[in-house]
Design a protein around this ligand. Structure first.
Ligand code: ZN
Length: 345
């Protein structure tokens, strides 16, 4: 039987828990395609799956990772719309397709929503079988590594800014960590929508790159006070929208810089998820605190079109061989990456 290599987490812990294992090459079921993977994009989520999250149970053992790009090398029964050899990107959320949220186009709210590499096996393998609903043609303008790095973060940032915060042209948004995966997506999407973008980054090199992504003003949080800088840039008014994904380290500043009627939208808590909140501030300032996770596959297909048109750009740091996954996790956790990290199977 033909075998393939894949990255498996069997128990939570340090970098040594990332095991390179051999498995049988999977066969596509009815309605599925098999991709021969060319690129596997990493996200902060990969490090949480490896480390574990207090109070959350992951279905271990798990093949890691949510993003990827590959070519179709086998078709399951009944698949007529795609051909062997087609280059495809992975759409990382699976859902039932038959419930009210799914059929309203809010598949991320499906009770059976299932994120590849988190609540089911993921993309970090030489071959991956997926339903046809979970693949889309690779934007021709992008390399496999670029295309394999974009879906999770751009889908997340799009849902936060467009669907939840309803950011409008001319409004100002504060984006924390503008060179992180989701931050670099948010800076570009907000600029594309016609918003004024204030972003933060740590150090001169990162600040320069965030400016190049379209941020109008970049705050170096290692040497500048974020609240004072935002107030100075907005005539002491603050901003109508804050894009949060860092949590504990930035939460207080995020609330302070919101103007009356402001919207804070959050998708993550990379520095900690337990924060304090003054209800007085929420009601006196008429604030909205908006949670968001992932986004719809329909929106994601629209995002891929924007990449095809060159209106959004991947922010790639480097590619590494799959065997160097531990190095990639270390770069992510130490915030050394200047863009996305991609594994090549
Ligand atoms: Zn559903």
């Amino acid at each position: 039987m033909a075998t393939m290599r894949c990255i498996v987490v069997r128990e939570h812990g340090g970098f040594d828990r990332l095991r390179l294992e051999e498995r049988p090459v999977p066969e596509p079921g009815p309605g599925e395609v098999r991709l021969r993977m060319q690129a596997v994009g990493l996200n902060h989520l990969d490090t949480w799956v490896r480390r574990g999250v207090p109070g959350h149970t992951f279905p271990l053992p798990l093949i890691t990772s949510s993003d990827g790009c590959g070519t179709i090398d086998a078709l399951g029964a009944g698949v007529t719309s795609l051909r062997e050899g087609d280059p495809m990107v992975v759409l990382p959320g699976r859902s039932c397709g038959a419930c009210e949220p799914c059929q309203t186009g809010l598949d991320q709210l499906c009770r059976h929503y299932h994120l590849l590499g988190e609540s089911g096996d993921g993309t970090a393998a030489e071959f991956v079988c997926l339903p046809v609903a979970n693949v889309a043609p690779k934007p021709r303008a992008l390399s496999a590594a670029e295309a394999g790095s974009i879906c999770l973060v751009f889908q997340t940032a799009w849902n936060m800014l467009v669907r939840r915060a309803e950011l409008r042209a001319g409004e100002t948004v504060l984006v924390h960590a503008g060179l992180s995966g989701v931050g670099s997506a948010a800076v570009q999407i907000a600029a594309l929508l016609g918003a004024q973008v204030i972003a933060t980054a740590g150090g001169a090199a990162k600040c320069e790159r965030v400016r190049a992504l379209g941020a109008h003003h970049v705050i170096d949080h290692t040497r500048q006070d974020v609240v004072a800088e935002v107030r100075a840039r907005t005539g002491k008014q603050g901003v109508p929208v804050v894009f949060e994904h860092t949590g504990a380290a930035t939460w207080e500043a995020s609330l302070k810089v919101l103007q009356r009627g402001g919207r804070l939208v959050t998708c993550g808590a990379t520095t900690g998820g337990n924060v304090s909140l003054s209800l007085h501030a929420v009601f006196f300032k008429s604030l909205s605190i908006l949670g968001s996770t992932m986004g719809s596959k329909g929106d994601l297909r629209g995002i891929l079109r924007l990449f095809e048109q060159g209106k959004l750009r991947p922010v790639l740091d480097r590619t590494l061989p799959m065997a160097e996954v531990a190095t990639a996790h270390r770069l992510l956790e130490e915030r050394q990456a200047l863009g996305k990290l991609v594994l090549v199977p």
